[in-house]
Ligand binder design. Structure first.
Ligand code: PRT
Length: 118
């Protein structure tokens, strides 16, 4: 794929990454990091996602935009591995984000039943 100028790559890269990780499931873990991580199981997958999320916030708090870009990619990759493990499809997440469009987060929270506001 020709290298797109920064910013020209669409979010479809996430759909392609999901398809790639899904295809790696059950393959040789010595040849695929995704296969290795999926074979390590749900708790390890969750642990690695958490680690990457913490590395992401550390760079954000430090104001390191360049490192935050890289760590953000790590978080998205590990999130997608978690989706594959859990049987979540990207379209389900995109549909939820689409559903939220046009509704303020303030209004959304105010509309919740009182029991859910804590
Ligand atoms: N986007 C990624 C991606 N981001 C991060 N990583 C890997 O995630 C690992 C993070 O390093 P860590 O030491 O935290 O991981 P680890 O070795 O599991 O950790 P420990 O065993 O030390 O606990 C590194 O090996 C990174 O290369 C990724 N590995 C793969 N992809 C994508 O997935 C595709 C398929 O990769 P394979 O599954 O390896 O074929 C690749 O072409 C990429 O597009």
């Amino acid at each position: 794929m020709p290298h797109a100028e920064h910013g020209a790559v669409s979010a479809q890269v996430l759909d392609r990454l999901f398809d790639t990780v899904l295809a790696r499931r059950g393959t040789d873990p010595t040849l695929s990091h995704s296969a290795r991580l999926l074979a390590r199981g749900r708790r390890k997958i969750a642990q690695k996602f958490g680690e990457e999320a913490v590395e992401c916030l550390i760079e954000a708090v430090a104001g390191n935009a360049h490192e935050l870009i890289s760590e953000s990619a790590d978080v998205l990759y590990h999130l997608i591995v978690m989706w594959v493990d859990a049987g979540v499809k990207p379209d389900e997440v995109w549909a939820e984000l689409r559903r939220r469009e046009g509704t303020s987060g303030i209004a959304e929270k105010a509309s919740r039943p009182h029991s859910e506001l804590s």
